[in-house]
Write a protein that binds this ligand. Structure first.
Ligand code: NAD
Length: 352
């Protein structure tokens, strides 16, 4: 399916382009050029040009890589959906200073108390001259890439807008249901979408390791996935736990939905051979702990990843933003971004 070509900026200065389009909240406003000038990076510092994209399994069709909207300074224009959230604010801080990136806008949900505020001031920095709005359409129209850590419903509708505007979409939101996944999969036929329940290098490597261990061990070994997160997390088990479960199921050559056991309570009977179990713990400010237990008679293997800073997700998301700009249409995972998709696992991200 042909990917809609993005408009190439012909204006002499990126900041002027942004300012001229800034009539709507959520994007830069007139007079912003001076503040945005600070974001401008020299041509050299621009993110690498797009390389041929790896195949995203069963989804990507040959399509021309989009032409970037980036300005004459070569910076990739990035928008942040959910800019006032925990992840949104961190991404804002990282992206404002990221080489080769120009932050062009941020949105929040309707009714948010941050609407109308300046994006830079939101994270305690100098004003950027960009006003936070609640309309995602101009955000997707202006940006080369929109990074999205919001809610499942918002993310699904954002994916449709991404396809319409020809904008790459980096999605970290978890808890997506099958309809929402359907919207994202459809959008990925027109634009590049990176979808990952966990953007950290460590967790993506953990998934790879778990798949290998599950491949080696037979069903004499019970597999249990345990996760703990902060008290504010609304979905359970975590998207990461489910992605780890998918990896274990792939290693075993089974479908997770057939063997998954979500929590136990009451008189549940003995464990069924071959099950992959999930337990979720919530409390405090835990960023994200995941342990996979392989338990057999007389011995046990435990593999754990502990995130002590949310920055690991932010750094991964920034990598994904730089990687996605100009890629061919398709649904990609962090393994594609990090370059260690060893060919043993599906390219499609699991378990969000
Ligand atoms: P959060 O609640 O702090 O932030 C979400 C933000 O999105 C809020 O500010 C909310 O107002 C905003 N929002 C909601 N609807 C919106 C809309 N329609 N338009 C614009 N903004 C909207 O949550 P968080 O901790 O930042 O996490 C956000 C999501 O990212 C969750 O699904 C979480 O599980 C996931 N997450 C993923 C990773 C990863 O590595 N993939 C890491 C951390 C969190």
């Amino acid at each position: 399916m042909a990917t809609k070509s993005l408009r190439r900026s012909t204006a002499p200065k990126a900041s002027k382009v942004v300012a001229a389009k800034a009539s709507k909240p959520g994007t830069a406003k007139p007079g912003a050029s001076k503040a945005l000038e600070k974001n401008k990076k020299p041509e050299k510092a621009a993110a690498p040009q797009a390389k041929p994209a790896p195949q995203a399994k069963a989804i990507a069709k040959p399509a021309p890589a989009p032409t970037l909207k980036r300005g004459s300074n070569g910076a990739i224009r990035v928008g942040i959906a959910g800019c006032a959230g925990r992840m949104g604010q961190m991404l804002l801080k990282l992206l404002i200073t990221a080489p080769g990136v120009l932050v062009v806008g941020g949105t929040e949900r309707k009714g948010s108390h941050v609407l109308g505020r300046d994006l830079g001031a939101l994270v305690g920095g100098e004003p950027l001259g960009i006003i936070i709005g609640d309309n995602p359409e101009p955000l997707f129209e202006q940006a080369d890439v929109v990074v999205d850590f919001t809610s499942p419903a918002a993310t699904a509708s954002h994916a449709t807008l991404a396809a319409k505007a020809g904008t790459a979409h980096v999605i970290g939101t978890t808890g997506l249901d099958s309809d929402q996944m359907g919207a994202i999969t459809r959008a990925a036929q027109r634009v590049p979408i990176v979808l990952a329940a966990n953007m950290s290098l460590g967790v993506n490597l953990l998934e790879q390791v778990i798949e290998e261990v599950a491949r080696i061990l037979d069903t004499e070994w019970d597999i249990e996935v345990i996760e703990m997160h902060h008290r504010h997390k609304v979905d359970a088990p975590s998207g990461t736990a489910l992605a780890i479960g998918e990896a274990a199921a792939r290693g075993r050559g089974v479908q997770l939905r057939r063997v998954s056991r979500r929590g136990r309570d009451g008189h549940v009977g003995p464990r069924v051979r071959g099950e992959i179990g999930f337990s979720a713990i919530r409390g405090g400010d835990v960023v994200g702990d995941h342990t996979v237990i392989f338990a057999a008679d007389g011995e046990r293997i435990e593999v754990t990843h502990k995130a002590s800073s949310r920055e690991i997700f932010g750094r991964g998301a920034v990598k994904a933003v730089l990687w996605a700009a100009g890629k061919r249409a398709g649904l990609y995972s962090m393994k594609d971004v990090l370059g260690f998709n060893l060919g043993t696992s599906s390219s499609a991200p699991g378990g969000v």
